[in-house]
Design a binder for this molecule. Structure first.
Ligand code: FE2
Length: 453
């Protein structure tokens, strides 16, 4: 065979080898690119060096509350829609460098299952303890290799120091649609508020998972950054189907609250001390006498200069009749005896503020009673006896700023107008001076815009 014939015989082999080489190259290129792309996607998903991924939509309804001392502890609760193994929360002192994550400490969560609507939900809670007072912390929640984003909160100082908090009346209906603007406006107005008080009727049907979902959605990540102190309203006790009066099955799984109150009303009667203020939450739905005895106990040993109490049904009714406020006769003398400063209430879907003098003699001392509304359900005032400032048909939030001697109060409409304001100046012996600060000659807002009694 001559060289030419040999070459001709090898041509198919050479062509096959060529194709094979090209094929191998293509496979290599494909594998390389898909690997790089996967890396990029992982980076976009927020993969950390620890191998954990930030996952959205898995960890829902994340909310900060307190179980114990707000200077040294912080509770967080969240839920997942499927059972998760080993739910955890991680915490570290926050730092401007992302390296703070290296100092994270892991806390195992307590998990429980709850029938929520059609399916079950899984609630997870962690109480971060041994925290340093007045320190900014970052935390995240998770399970397996999945984590939420990092949120931040500041622990309370362990001594009296000025701060602000926000108080809301009933949210109750059209929560996602219309209450959302109240809570968002409130935080924009007071972005450094240390906590939020919800004075009952957070939702319309306490057993409605959908409505609780709206309540959490309306606040979004705010609940994960600013702690809440909820009071139970009558609607947290209303069972839609059976009309049996019992606390919403969602309440205790989703709010990790102090158990320093009374038996049978666990986590609906409690108090915390925050930088010189004792904040008490009562349950105006039942057991008023028992709560009165407990109040006496906790007021006998109260080292704080200021005392604020929140509950749902107002002591001085402006809309409903006296049947709604039987607890008032029992509690009011105690509020007066212990020189309580503010009583924050809801239920009536109006605005009212006054010292509650039934004979209409203008008084400028004693506990100040406030009723407010944050959601869109609106009622008309029937009587404003004992109230010095009132209003109807507006969504409001209240910002209360406390320093050593002065408590400054503002009621602001959802559109940003200052509707009511005052200062309480309190001396060290407990003597108080009330200074009304209603802006200019702002008239009272009523349904028909005319002053009524
Ligand atoms: Fe209500």
């Amino acid at each position: 065979m001559n060289p030419r014939q040999q070459l001709l015989r090898r041509i198919p082999v050479i062509i096959s080898l060529g194709f094979l080489t090209i094929l191998i190259l293509c496979v290599l290129i494909f594998l390389t690119y898909s690997h790089l792309d996967g890396k990029q996607q992982q980076a976009n998903a927020g993969e950390y060096s620890s191998g954990q991924q930030v996952q959205t939509g898995v960890f829902e309804r994340i909310i900060l509350t307190w179980k114990e001392n707000p200077a040294t502890s912080q509770a967080v609760t969240w839920r997942t829609n499927s059972p998760t193994k080993a739910a955890v929360a991680e915490i570290a002192p926050a730092d401007s460098s992302p390296d703070f994550q290296k100092n994270a400490q892991t806390f195992q969560a307590t998990s429980i299952e709850l029938q929520a609507g059609e399916k079950n939900a899984y609630y997870h809670s962690v109480n971060f303890t041994n925290l340093i007072p007045n320190t900014l912390y970052a935390y995240r929640v998770g399970s397996g290799d999945l984590r939420s984003e990092w949120f931040q909160f500041r622990t309370a100082n362990d001594q009296a120091e000025p701060f602000s908090f926000i108080y809301f009346g009933d949210a109750q209906i059209q929560i996602r649609s219309l209450w959302s603007r109240t809570i968002r406006s409130a935080i924009l107005e007071s972005p450094r508020a240390r906590f939020m008080i919800h004075a009952g009727d957070l939702v319309n049907h306490g057993d409605s998972d959908v409505q609780w979902g709206e309540w959490f959605d309306a606040a979004g990540w705010l609940f994960a950054m600013v702690p809440s102190m909820p009071a139970a309203g009558n609607h947290e006790y209303r069972n839609q189907k059976t009309s049996v009066k019992r606390l919403s099955p969602h309440w205790r799984p989703q709010f990790m609250l102090p158990e320093n109150g009374i038996a049978e009303l666990e986590e609906t009667v409690y108090f915390i001390d925050y930088q010189g203020v004792r904040v008490v939450v009562l349950n105006s739905n039942s057991k008023a006498e028992k709560q009165a005895r407990w109040l006496e106990e906790i007021f006998e040993q109260n080292p704080n200069h200021w005392t604020v109490i929140a509950f749902h049904h107002p002591i001085h009714a402006s809309v409903y009749g006296p049947d709604e406020n039987k607890h008032g006769k029992i509690w009011k003398p105690i509020f007066e005896k212990y020189n309580v400063d503010l009583i924050l209430q809801g239920h009536e879907h109006i605005y009212a503020r006054g010292f509650g003098q039934e004979n209409n003699i203008r008084q400028v001392s004693g506990p100040l009673y406030i009723t407010s509304v944050s959601g869109p359900k609106m009622y008309e005032i029937k009587s404003r006896r004992g109230m010095d400032r009132a209003g109807e048909n507006m969504q409001l939030f209240q910002v209360i700023s406390v320093s050593r001697d002065i408590l400054h109060y503002r009621a602001v409409t959802v559109t940003g107008e200052l509707y009511d304001a005052f200062d309480i100046v309190k001396e060290s012996d407990g003597k108080k001076l009330f200074v009304e600060k209603i802006p200019g000659d702002l008239p009272e807002r009523r349904f028909n815009s005319q002053q009524k009694n």
